[in-house]
Write a protein that binds this ligand. Structure first.
Ligand code: C2E
Ligand code: CA
Ligand code: CA
Length: 634
């Protein structure tokens, strides 16, 4: 039979080209990346041996018999090896732990088996051989090789389907394209056996893999040669697997916000790229751009850090020329030695970003472990809060508030409590901000509101115990919810709670983007008959201004203001002035954090209406609070 080997020549040329590009281009040498390099090399060898073996079969007399046999069997082996290696590759990409050892053993055994089977077949005549007339023949076990190849392909596809979530859209497309190419190749080979397209199909597949799964662009920062954050993550993962520690020199462009405001987008990118390009030219495989203004360089020792610092200083001593502007850049840097990689890559990354964002400006010694601990704690607490929302694990405590006029505790503040089996008591000061940033606060606010209404109804707080209203803390995020009024109305209806038994405590916020909704919600609540307190008065910055914009009945002076006033004469004068100002504006005043008799008399003498603090009582469990009221209000 005369073969058409043109496709194989094309496969060889494009395979070699791909191999060169890939070997030269700087990319991360991950396991899968090295595997692709091996696949490419085996593919090129396969194409070469295929072309040669075509000649051997067509013109058996031109070379020695041994050469003919060796070439044909080599091709057969390399072609089958591709199937095995491809499975190894997919296995390294999908990383199914349970398969780790069995797969390794299987790969070794199957490769050895195929090697022996193929290279002994001139004698055994099991797979392929040249007969007495120098005609190339297939043996009875040729089908077994086809079967194994098909099986490897099918297992690869199954592994891929199991872990398909790991891959992005383009990678999925590439793999689907690959499956189509393989089947098409087999089909063409069956109907037109003299047309050699197998190797060409393989090369095409490797090209798909190169451009989608192993594209160096995924690991480089913008159009530079510097590695990016994804590459950094891969390195951390790799080192982690090898149980190594790493040392990092990290730095950040100082006052980047100023550049962000004054430079065009293009120029900002240029700025980051210049620095990225510079560090990557010096520290080829160890330089990373983590964010536009943050960089990391993996170093050997402290001496290397000094070296980098000197070079950077020298580089940045001149102004950097962007497209239209010239800028002078200063960087803040930090050296972190012996980073323990037992933590997940994202914690390490976030730790670095946190380190750069918080401590770097002072350039002081930085405790990386502490940051990692903080971030871990934050993550744990976020999980605990999520779980508590789901399983209704929050409690509400009540802190009595004393009316100076009557001496009775005519109101109280509802305070949320969270107790975790592992962490114990977690302060709302810690978990409320986390809940706010993770979008859980609206749900939590509802839970608290419901519990308070239920409690008021159960014990008939107003009619039986003389509690005129309960103060409930409202996060600014809740107050910009469009349907909050409706929701609260419904809950009050369910528990027969009158709106004028509720006072909502609101705080000043820096974010005033939704002020319209806030003001309209407050108006709606007012219409129902609810009242408002302005909480933490004096601890923010726009306090007085806020008072004019939001119609509140009560102002709560922050405990820190009271405590400072007790220590410092000037702070005392400010407090007394504030109290008289609020009085003349016609506001009722609550002061919290009252702990001593001295505080009580100071506040009473200066016209404060309500006192709240440990002097009277800590926040109490519902039944303790009822006992407290029995003893003090009846
Ligand atoms: P806050 O609104 O300023 O609440 C007053 C805090 O001061 C409470 O802390 C209370 O226990 C504490 N306190 C009262 N009197 C004294 C005193 O004499 N001495 C001392 N050392 N502390 C006193 P807590 O319960 O830890 O709450 C902290 C913050 O968490 C609250 O500050 C509030 O901003 C927030 N929070 C609590 N419950 C909720 C809630 O249900 N929803 C929302 N959004 N925030 C809540
Ligand atoms: Ca409060
Ligand atoms: Ca406060």
């Amino acid at each position: 039979m005369l073969y058409n080997y043109y496709f194989e020549v094309a496969a060889l040329i494009s395979g070699l080209f791909l191999l060169c590009v890939y070997a030269i281009r700087r990319t991360l040498r991950t396991r899968s990346n090295i595997l692709l390099l091996i696949l490419l090399a085996v593919d090129c060898l396969g194409s070469l041996t295929d072309i040669i073996s075509c000649f051997c079969i067509s013109f058996p007399d031109r070379h020695s018999e041994a050469f003919n046999i060796f070439m044909c069997l080599s091709y057969l082996f390399l072609y089958n090896l591709m199937g095995i290696l491809f499975l190894v590759y997919i296995d390294s990409k999908t990383k199914i732990k349970a398969l780790y050892t069995p797969m390794r053993i299987y790969f070794l055994l199957i490769t050895a088996f195929e090697f022996v089977l193929i290279f002994t077949s001139q004698w055994t005549r099991l797979v392929a051989y040249f007969d007495e007339n120098d005609v190339y023949c297939h043996g009875p076990l040729m089908g077994l090789l086809y079967f194994l190849a098909a099986m490897h392909l099918i297992i690869s596809v199954i592994l891929f389907i199991i872990k398909r979530r790991r891959f992005n859209k383009y990678q999925v497309m590439a793999i689907v394209a690959f499956i189509i190419v393989v089947f098409l190749g087999v089909y063409i080979q069956l109907i037109q056996p003299e047309l050699l397209v197998g190797q060409f199909g393989n090369t095409l597949v490797l090209f798909f893999i190169y451009t989608s799964l192993e594209n160096p662009v995924y690991y480089t920062y913008r159009a530079t040669t510097c590695f990016n954050r994804a590459a950094f993550r891969e390195i951390i993962k790799m080192k982690r697997r090898e149980k190594e520690k790493i040392n990092l020199f990290i730095f950040k462009i100082k006052d980047y916000d100023v550049f962000r405001e004054s430079l065009s987008n293009k120029e900002q990118m240029r700025l980051s790229s210049i620095i990225a390009e510079y560090i990557s030219s010096l520290y080829r495989y160890n330089a990373f751009c983590i964010e536009d203004d943050k960089f990391a360089i993996q170093i050997k020792d402290a001496k290397a850090a000094e070296d980098i610092r000197l070079k950077l200083d020298k580089f940045l001593a001149r102004s950097l020329i962007l497209i239209e502007s010239r800028v002078d850049v200063i960087v803040n840097s930090l050296v972190i030695m012996d980073i323990d990689l037992s933590d997940k890559a994202d914690i390490i990354e976030n730790g670095i970003i946190y380190a750069l964002d918080h401590n770097l400006s002072e350039n002081k010694q930085f405790d990386f472990l502490e940051v990692v601990d903080k971030l871990k704690r934050r993550r744990d607490i976020s999980n605990i809060v999520r779980n508590a929302v789901e399983k209704d694990l929050f409690d509400v405590y009540y802190q009595p508030i004393r009316s100076v006029e009557t001496g009775k505790f005519k109101s109280c503040e509802a305070l949320i409590r969270l107790i975790d089996t592992e962490y114990g008591f977690i302060s709302p000061e810690e978990f409320i901000p986390i809940a706010e940033s993770e979008g859980l606060i609206v749900k939590i606010g509802e839970i608290v509101f419901k519990k308070v209404c239920k409690f008021m109804n159960e014990y008939m707080l107003t009619s039986k115990f003389g509690v005129e209203y309960v103060e409930i803390n409202l996060s600014p995020i809740q107050l910009v919810e469009k349907d909050i009024v409706e929701k609260f109305k419904e809950i009050m209806n369910t528990y027969n709670v009158s709106p004028n038994w509720i006072n909502l405590e609101i705080t000043e916020t820096a974010n005033q983007s939704n002020e319209d909704v806030m003001i309209s919600n407050i108006a709606e609540f007012h219409k129902l008959g609810m009242s408002f307190s302005l909480d933490d008065y004096g601890s923010g910055f726009a306090s007085a201004d806020y008072l004019f914009r939001y119609p509140v009945e009560i102002v709560k002076i922050d405990k820190s203001i009271l405590w400072q006033a007790m220590d410092d004469v000037n702070a005392g004068i400010v407090l007394i002035g504030t109290l008289s100002l609020l009085k003349s504006l016609g506001k009722e005043i609550v002061v919290e954090g009252v702990e001593t008799e001295e505080m009580v008399s100071l506040l009473q003498d200066n016209g404060v209406d309500f006192l709240q603090g440990y002097y009277y009582s800590k926040p109490l469990r519902p039944y303790e609070y009822i006992d407290f009221l029995r003893n003090n209000n009846l």
